[in-house]
Design a protein around this ligand. Structure first.
Ligand SMILES: CC(C)(COP(=O)(O)OP(=O)(O)OC[C@H]1O[C@@H](n2cnc3c(N)ncnc32)[C@H](O)[C@@H]1OP(=O)(O)O)[C@@H](O)C(=O)NCCC(=O)NCCS
Length: 170
């Protein structure tokens, strides 16, 4: 678990695969069925999410409505969903000597209202540190070209033209 010092105030923690599916679907593949973002290999992965400590000033409409209802005493506070605002999934591969030699991150997404606020960078940094701590010697991803600029800030090298594959040697 990690907590940042700036704004917005958030916490990063491990989550279950099913906690990633809603955001994966909404941000990455909204036009596909939900099953499209439910990976067969999810159970073998490590999943992390960013949780805002006080999301109320910037809650998306559907959550704002729920909070208003709660304030009116219509709902118990435990009914407010605590959804991550940013998610990432990490999958290891390797050989006999080191089964976690290579780490691949996938399905990285930040909820649009919170994009550009630093939570994605914090989450990617957290995932890379986790991977290295587990023994990874390289970290890579298949990235959308629209996110190339973001990954370049992390020293990830682009490979290929139409399709971007980033690899960070560490
Ligand atoms: C890519 C993504 C996960 C980054 O998360 P985020 O929470 O927005 O990232 P941050 O707020 O930490 O961004 C840090 C910086 O990178 C910049 N940045 C964010 N996304 C960027 C992008 N796609 N291209 C270039 N720069 C980007 C931000 O503007 C910010 O710049 P600043 O420090 O000068 O203000 C998020 O933008 C997203 O969900 N995008 C849509 C889905 C997607 O493309 N996912 C990646 C699939 S490979």
């Amino acid at each position: 678990m990690a907590t940042n010092t700036g704004l917005p105030s958030f916490t990063i923690r491990a989550i279950t695969p099913s906690e990633t599916h809603n955001l994966r679907h909404r941000v990455l593949w909204p036009h596909k069925p939900l099953s499209y973002v439910q990976l067969d290999e999810d159970d073998q992965g490590h999943h992390f999410g960013v949780f805002l400590e006080d999301p109320s000033p910037l809650l998306p409409p559907h959550l704002q409505q729920q909070q208003e209802q709660q304030e009116e005493g219509e709902k118990d506070s435990s009914s407010i969903p605590t959804e991550p605002v940013s998610i990432i999934s990490l999958f290891f591969a390797g050989d006999e000597a080191n089964s976690k030699k290579e780490a691949r991150f996938r399905k990285f997404a930040t909820d649009p209202p919170w994009q550009g606020r630093g939570v994605g960078s914090a989450l990617l940094r957290y995932a890379i540190v986790f991977a290295v701590t587990e023994g990874a010697e390289s970290v890579w991803c298949d990235a959308r070209t629209s996110a190339l600029g973001f990954y370049q800030r992390f020293g990830l090298d682009a490979e290929g033209e139409e399709f971007f594959k980033g690899m960070c040697r560490i």
